[in-house]
Design a protein around this ligand. Structure first.
Ligand code: AN7
Length: 369
């Protein structure tokens, strides 16, 4: 056999052997022999050099961590795979969560793959269509409550605190420490892809689990001697749901970015610590700024993220314009979820289609060619 053929064969036999996320970063995760090897292909998401968007923002080295490429379309999968595996290891037969939509999609899908039940409690009418469908499709039982996500979280916390120990149900919101353990792996990947940590890590903030997980990850990688510094953490909330910026809870959070419509961030204290320890900042961006960034990311880089995700890019734009972030620094903005999950927001902004009779001439005419 020719050398080339031999090489191709070997490559092919290695296909599909990409390590699972939990395997790859096992040294940093609380796994045991009894942890089931769950996995739907989470993690190892692209870090894209965003030259066009960088130019538009006046930033020299901008990268996007495209977390919408996780199996259920958001970063939640990194933490959910660990949380569901540990729940099963600890004897749970069901998982429960409150959610603005991505946590519940992820919980439903990982529970389905593990053969256990998922129950999700959601704010009625405030979940993007794709997220709602994803949880339902995976067979979760969905309870829509006439309140917001903060109410839903309070309910599931109380439900699980009171639960009979003979029928264990695991709470898989980010107050579950295994969630943050899994989510911190994104920080490891960024360090590996860049060969060093960035100067700034820009990220949307809702319940504040993710910014806390990234900060934990960057510190652990530095403490393990794998890199020698940590980034400044710059987090962004939607102005109508910005309790960490205003310094008080919001009873009625409002924003078009429904994923981060949170008035009482469960991990708020950890986010403030990440900000202060890293020398970063947490600021608010308006819905208009979020939507402008949402459109710009898709139009300049071809990456269709969801509105909440664009808060990181809107935040970079604002912080650079304010002079609070160095435009010559290396900046990674996390795009936390996939745009297809929220078709209503996208359709509301799309230009109307051109229409034509089914002939070449007619199509040419409407195109002005
Ligand atoms: C796309 O799914 O809270 O600050 O219940 O879906 O860790 O809460 C989602 C949050 C950012 C904020 N971007 O992360 C839920 C939920 C997207 C999100 C956030 C969320 P955290």
């Amino acid at each position: 056999m020719s050398q080339v053929l031999q090489q191709l064969r070997e490559e092919r036999s290695n296909m599909g052997r990409r390590p699972r996320l939990m395997e790859r970063f096992a040294d940093f995760l609380p796994l045991t022999e009894a942890t089931p090897p769950l996995g739907l292909g989470e993690g190892f998401t692209p870090l894209v050099r965003a030259r066009n968007l960088g130019l538009a923002l006046g930033v020299e080295r901008l990268y996007l961590k495209v977390e919408g490429q996780n199996p259920t379309g958001s970063f939640k999968d990194r933490g959910m795979v660990v949380a569901v595996a540990k729940a099963i290891e600890e004897g749970a037969r069901a998982v429960i969560c409150a959610s603005t939509g991505n946590t519940s999609s992820s919980a439903a899908c990982y529970a389905a793959s593990a053969g256990i039940e998922a129950v999700i409690v959601l704010p009625k009418g405030k979940i993007a269509a794709g997220k709602m469908l994803q949880g339902q499709a995976a067979g979760a039982r969905v309870v829509a409550v006439d309140g917001n996500c903060d109410d839903a979280l309070r309910i599931v916390r109380e439900l699980t605190a009171e639960r009979d120990p003979d029928s264990p149900v695991a709470l898989v919101n980010s107050v579950n420490p295994y969630r943050l353990e899994g989510q911190k792996t994104a920080a490891f990947e960024i360090c590996e892809d860049l060969g060093a940590p960035p100067d700034y890590l820009a990220i949307p903030v809702g319940n504040a689990g993710n910014i806390s997980a990234y900060w934990m990850g960057f510190k652990e990688y530095r403490d393990a001697g794998l890199v020698s510094s940590t980034p400044k953490m710059i987090g962004f909330q939607a102005l109508g749901a910005s309790p960490l910026v205003q310094g008080h809870d919001f009873d009625e959070p409002q924003t078009i970015a429904t994923a981060i419509r949170i008035g009482r961030p469960a991990s708020g204290h950890l986010a403030l610590a990440a900000r202060d320890e890293s020398g970063g900042l947490i600021d608010a961006v308006t819905d208009e700024e979020i939507l402008a960034a949402y459109r710009d990311v898709a139009r300049t880089e071809g990456i269709f993220c969801e509105p909440a995700s664009a808060a990181s890019v809107a935040g970079v734009r604002k912080a650079v314009a304010d002079g609070r972030v160095d435009p010559e620094a290396t900046i990674v903005a996390v795009l936390t979820g996939l745009g297809l999950k929220d078709p209503d927001t996208a359709m509301g902004l799309a230009d109307p289609n051109l229409e034509a009779e089914p002939t070449v001439e007619a199509v040419r005419a409407v195109l002005g060619w």
